[in-house]
Structures are given as C-alpha cells and as structure tokens.
Design a protein around this ligand. Structure first.
Ligand code: ADP
Ligand code: ZN
Length: 746
C-alpha cells in the first residue's frame, strides 16, 4: 500500500510473520466503507465481536471495531491479510445492540456502515484510559512549625491540608499568588506531585432529590411513563402538552425510572447549547449535573462523556442528535424533547432524522422512547392516531398560568410607517408593557440588518459569488454576508456597478434593523438582540439569558434561538414581526413549520403569573396557519394539513426521497442527470420528479440538481433506489447524495 512501495521489504509488505496461524476477524473501519474487512489476529492476541482495535488502514493505523469474531472471506490468502495491531482492552466492547443499530441506520439512510460507525467513534482518544491530570499535594512539611512561611505559602499549606490533590493553577488562584510561588514550593519539597483522576460525568445520581409536588395531570402522566419504562419493552409514547405545562418535570420521572433499574438514560434536545436553565432543573431533580454532548463540548469533556456512556458509569446524557450514536452500555430510555424540531434532521454527511432513529434504537434495545412536544409533528400525530404510539396529555399550563391572548394585526389596515416594520397596535402594546415594567419579545427569524441591499441609482444588488443568494447586510460589523456559505465582504461606500456614492438602500428588515426602530420609538427601553451570529457562542447566549432573567432587558429582538425552552416569567408580550415569513416557498412542511415556530414563540409570553399577549403581524390574516394560531386550534390545523397531504400522497401518507447532485461543471451535471432520469425504473406506485435545479441551484460554488421520488407507503424506497442506482457511476466531479425522508428542499 502507498508509501511502502519504495521498499519491498518494508514491514507492511512482509508476509505477516507468525501471523498465518492466527484467527481471522472481520473489522469495520470508520469511513466510507460498505462492509467489514478481514484482518488476522497475531498469535497471543484475542479479540471478540465489539472489541475496539487498532488496525492498519491505508497509510495509517486507525481505531476500528471487530464486527465478527470470524473471517468473512476464506478465499483470501492469509498472507495477504493485515494483522490487527492492538486491542483497546481498557474500553468495554461496543454492545451488540449498538452494532446492529449502526447497520440498520446505514441500511435505512443508504450510507456506508463505516460512515455511520464514524459517528460513533466521535471522541478519538476515548479508547485509551483517561490520563490522570497532574496535580500537587502536600509533601514534607516537617519544618513548617519551626520555620516561618510567607503568607502565601501559609495559605497554600492550609488550602491543601485536606489532602485533596489540586492543579498548580488552582492552588495559585486560591492563594492569590503567582505560579512561581507554587513552583518554588515544589522545588523545596513542601509540595509534591500527585495526580487526580478525571471525574466521570453524571455518575452519582440522587433519585430522591426532587421536591416538586405534581399536579394531578402531571402525576397521572408521570405514573404512566414510569410504568412504560419499568416494563422494559419497546414502546413509543407522545407526551403532548402546551409550553409551560410541566412536561420536562414529568419526563424526568421516566428518566428516574430507568435509573432506578440501574440503566442509563438519554435525553435529546435541539440546540442543546441554549439550555442553561434546563441544566439547572436537571441538577435540582437528580442532585448532579447531566453529562452534555454536542458539537461545542471541548474534546477533553467529550472523551469523558463517551467513556462514561460506554462503560455505563455515566447515567444520563443530554445531547444533540449525535448523542444517539454514543455506544451506551445499557440504555433504558430515550427522551426526544421538541420531537417536531427540524434540527433533528442531519443535513450533511449521513443524512438521518434523530427522532426516527431514536425510535429505531429503542425498538432494537427493547426500551421506551418518549417523544415530547407542544406542537407534535404530523408524522407523530398520525402514529398516535393509528395506535402505534401511546399518548399522554398535559392540557394546561402549570400553576394556572393562562395561554397568551392572540391578536392578529392585518398589515394592510394597520400599516407601519414607510420604511418601518412595527405596526401602530404593536407599538402601543410595547409602550404599555414597558410602562408596566414587563418584558417584550419581538420575533423575526432573520439575522442581520437587511436581507437585500440595492443601489438606488443603478439597481445593483449584492449577490454571493458562490451561491444563489443575496448578501445580507450586518451593519454592526459593517459587512455583507452570505448566510449559506459564510462569504463576507466589507460594506463598500460606492456602488461597484455605477460608482455612485451613498446610494445603497436596505430592503426589508432583519433583527438589527428592528432594534434600530425600537430605539427610535422607545429610546428609554433597554434592548437586546439575540441571534446566533451576534450572540455567538453558547456562553454568550447563556449570559444574555441571565441578563434577561435579571430584568436588565426590556425588549428582546430575537431570531428562532429565543423560541426554544426559555422560561422568562416577566415576559408578557410577544410581537411576531412577520408571521408570513416562513409560508412562501415550495416546502412541503412550510405551513406546519411556521405553525410550530410561531406557536412556540407565542409560548414565551405570560409564563409567570401575569397573562401574556401575542401580536401576529401579517398580510394574510385568512391564511390557514394564521387562523389556526389565532384560534389556538392546533388539532384542527393538523387535521386539515393531514387531509391535504393525504390527497397529495405526501408524508406521512406516502414516502419521499431525494437525490441531490452537485458539481462545479454544470454541463456535465445536466448530462449526468439526463442519463440518470432515463435509467429510472418504472413502477406504478412510484413517481420520479426531476431533475430540476434545486432552489439553491448554486451553493458554495457548486451547481445543484434534485430528483424527488414519491412512493406509496408499502414500497421500500431503499430497494427502489438501489435498483436504480446500481451500476451507475457518478464519475469524478459529480457528487450524488441520497436523502431518505427529506425535511428540507433547498
Ligand atoms: P414544559 O416542558 O411543558 O414547557 P416545564 O416543565 O418547563 O413545562 O414547566 C414550566 C415551569 O413550571 C417550569 O419553571 C417548571 O419548573 C415549573 N413546574 C412544572 N411543574 C411543576 C410542579 N409540579 N411544581 C413546581 N413547579 C413546576
Ligand atoms: Zn454564499
């Protein structure tokens, strides 16, 4: 292979010495590989299915998993096989149920098994035992009594007198001295090296820590969940209840029930980083902080969580969708909070829906899966109605808080002034809320200052060089940005097309522009913009949330990151600046998504003792979604939406898959798409639509085409696609991606 070609006698090319007699195993290597490959165990080495091993692959050694404890292809000359280098004996093997899960996810999503495995081997250094961190403890202090120490030294000796080793930096901080003082004490032997083992996250759960007295409805739901989990059988249950009805506290009891059986629990949350409040509540209930898993968790912590999940000592993991791929030693329940949330769909790499895969994982492990939502997806509701999922309902808000009053503002009648976006009735409401010392939220799901900038003189529009998209002005940073690829440029002073100066006009609002408008209207109000680009990291979001909780903000202007999970008791007014925003475009779920999002945003109002109000600004007051929101009639909305989908044969009444083709070479791409279309097998119950340019026909420098495949519910979409695509070679420079159950259609 590769590098070894230069020398015939390099170790890799030698017939594996002393290896021929060894047993064969099949090893699955993470990466784009559709199956496991045979390796041979050197004499004296043993490995069973599930063991983590190190094997040579390509030019490097890589961590992999023994997929079967026997060879797969006896026709291969053993001398050609490579040897397993090492077995990671400190790490418990990947459980069989998890290996099967990987296979099933691969088959369902039509990805390589190795690519799915890669998502499970997501903390590369977790396979080796945790390194104990270097620390210091008291050494020889025999002469401390006779000698007089400096105040710093005295402080340090006192600090360490409990015998617990601590890091040098921590010691210096506690004594308020420089690291040099600590080093000097090591040199004289007063302090000596020790080590501290890294703590296992969420290990010591306390099931009696809760002090909440449940309402009758909560008790009934909690008891039902406890029974379902205690049955140790596969089942899926929907916990349905308006925001603030106490669902979280209730599903904590499902978690407690799994823990009481000695099993682990997984809680999936969208946008995990936003939920500092959630962590506090968990800690209150279980007497220990949860183990957290999402992309922003630092490597050292990821490693600990992975290890704790794998060896079973970490009892509860709260994570984003990828936490589903942690190789739990003994999982007892999965909770999917906000089950309807679109961010559960991974749109890159292996395209999977974490909610659906959570149900699959529960079925394979014969455990319960609890789906939780105030606005359940049509898919889930249909499964409830078909009797596939059990149903639990919390009908009212906890503590008698009422749902907010909804008011539709018809912008055709109550128009805002020119170049402004807040209508007179909403301005009044903001004013009275401010006067009452309460908080308001203006919701607009658009980052930046304006979504489109054009030159008034020549009509030039700023467009992204690599995408079918306008550049969005971010005035705060003086830049124009593409929200699809991250391209950004400085906002110029003169028009690049006609050289006119100061001729730019901002078209439409983003959150920054709404903030400007609020500041002009109500200069005395303290405003805060909460959007992912401005607020940035999880820490900054956390501190913004704290500011709001402390009442240091009067009016919040936010994108969808404020919609979820937060509980602000002083927030009594929500103004939806553009309720029509999500409704345009051909997305199958546009109506459902908009309903869910606006319902969730509305749920931020009046969560305390004070009643809340919601203003929906719209040009289409008679639209279904707006009417359903105003009437608070979710079920009627879902029923109507369901009837429409049924008529169109769309999910959940039919199946969908998408093929996405991309290339930098547009001609080659179109040619390939034509060939592909010609070769599509024809069946009665399957329709192939396309190829069509994707709505984002040009993205990150690549041209994009889509096929949409629709079938009846009893058809195996996977079989159909395999038949179609077998023998088709994309050739270089064309990428083909399969999206089973597509959620987005960009
Ligand atoms: P949901 O998850 O349905 O939005 P939460 O579980 O967040 O509702 O509950 C809303 C608020 O009410 C939270 O602050 C929660 O701590 C509180 N709460 C819920 N149930 C109780 C209870 N039985 N006793 C006291 N506080 C409760
Ligand atoms: Zn772009």
């Amino acid at each position: 292979m590769g590098m070894s070609q230069s020398s015939f006698l390099s170790p890799e090319n030698l017939p594996a010495q002393g290896v021929e007699t060894g047993r064969r195993v099949q090893v699955l290597v993470p990466g784009p590989l559709g199956r496991a490959y045979d390796y041979v165990l050197p004499e004296g080495m043993d490995a069973a299915a599930g063991d983590y091993v190190s094997v040579p692959f390509g030019k490097r050694d890589t961590a992999a998993v023994v997929w079967a404890a026997h060879g797969g292809d006896d026709s291969i000359d053993p001398a050609k096989l490579k040897a397993v280098r090492d077995v990671y004996s400190a790490c418990p093997p990947m459980p069989q149920v998890h290996r099967q899960f990987i296979e099933r996810v691969a088959r369902y999503t039509m990805n390589d098994m190795g690519s799915v495995l890669k998502m499970s081997l997501s903390a590369p250094d977790a396979l080796t035992p945790p390194k104990a961190a270097p620390a210091l403890t008291l050494g020889d202090i025999s002469d401390t009594k006779t000698r007089k120490h400096s105040a710093h030294r005295q402080k340090i000796i006192e600090f360490l007198s409990d015998g617990v080793p601590r890091r040098a930096s921590e010691i210096a901080a506690a004594a308020g001295c420089t690291p040099a003082v600590v080093r000097a004490m090591v040199a004289t032997g007063i302090l000596k090296p020790a080590s501290i083992a890294a703590p296992v996250p969420c290990r010591m759960v306390d099931l009696t820590a809760s002090a909440l007295a449940f309402t009758d409805a909560q008790s009934a739901a909690a008891e039902a969940l406890q029974n379902i989990v205690a049955a140790q059988k596969f089942s899926t249950v929907l916990l349905d209840g308006v925001t603030g009805s106490g669902k979280t506290e209730v599903y904590f009891e499902a978690v407690a029930s799994a823990l009481a059986q000695g099993k682990q629990a997984l809680i999936l949350l969208p946008e995990i980083s936003l939920s500092a409040q959630f962590m506090e509540r968990f800690t209150r209930r279980f007497g220990v902080a949860p183990a957290i898993w999402h992309s922003e968790v630092p490597a050292a912590q990821r490693r600990l969580v992975w290890q704790g999940a794998a060896d079973g000592r970490t009892r509860v993991v709260i994570g984003a969708r990828s936490a589903l791929f942690l190789p739990f030693a003994d999982l007892g329940v999965i909770v999917v909070d906000e089950e309807h949330d679109a961010s559960y769909k991974q749109e890159e790499g292996v395209m999977y829906h974490a909610r659906d895969m959570a149900v699959l994982r529960a079925r394979m492990g014969d455990i319960a899966c609890v789906l939780v939502s105030a606005t359940p997806s049509l898919e889930t509701m249909t499964n409830v109605q078909a009797g596939k999922y059990a149903y639990l309902h919390l009908p009212s808000r906890f503590g008698g808080a009422t749902l907010p009053a909804m008011q539709v503002v018809d912008l055709r009648r109550d128009a805002p002034p020119r170049q402004k976006f807040i209508s007179p009735p909403l301005v009044d409401a903001l004013r009275t809320t401010l006067a009452a010392g309460e908080q308001s939220l203006l919701f607009l799901n658009r980052r930046g200052y304006a979504p489109l900038t054009l030159c008034r003189t020549c009509g030039h529009r700023f467009q992204c060089p690599s995408c079918t998209a306008w550049l969005v002005e971010h005035r705060r940073h003086g830049r124009l940005q593409c929200h699809h690829c991250g391209f950004s440029q400085k906002m110029p002073n003169i028009c690049p097309s006609c050289n006119d100066e100061g001729s730019f006009a901002a078209c439409g609002p983003g959150v920054e522009r709404i903030q400007e408008e609020v500041q002009e209207l109500l200069p005395e109000a303290r405003t805060l913009v909460l959007a992912s680009d401005i607020t940035g990291s999880a820490n900054m979001i956390r501190s913004a949330v704290t500011q709001i909780e402390k009442g240091e903000v009067d009016i919040i202007i936010g994108t969808q990151i404020v919609a979820k999970g937060h509980h602000f008791p002083e927030l009594t007014l929500v103004g939806v600046v553009d309720a029509d925003l999500g409704l345009s475009g051909g997305d199958l779920r546009a109506g459902e998504r908009t309903f869910q999002l606006l319902q969730q945003v509305s749920g931020r109002a009046g969560r305390g003792d004070k009643p809340g109000r919601v203003f929906l600004q719209t040009y289409m007051p008679e639209q279904n979604v707006i009417r359903a929101l105003a009437a608070g009639d979710r079920d009627a909305f879902l029923a109507a939406e369901g009837r429409e989908r049924e008529r169109a044969g769309m999910p959940p009444y039919g199946k969908l898959a998408a093929l996405i083709l991309q290339s930098t070479d547009e001609m080659k791409l179109d040619q390939f798409c034509r060939t592909l279309a010609q070769r599509a097998p024809r069946y009665d119950d399957i329709r192939v639509l396309g190829p069509a340019p994707a709505p984002m026909a040009f993205l990150r420098g690549k041209h994009r085409r889509r096929f949409l495949i629709r079938s009846g519910r009893d058809i195996s979409m996977q079989n159909y696609l395999s038949e179609w695509l077998s023998g088709i070679k994309t050739g270089s420079n064309i990428q083909l991606k399969i999206d089973i159950d597509p959620q987005s259609f960009f």
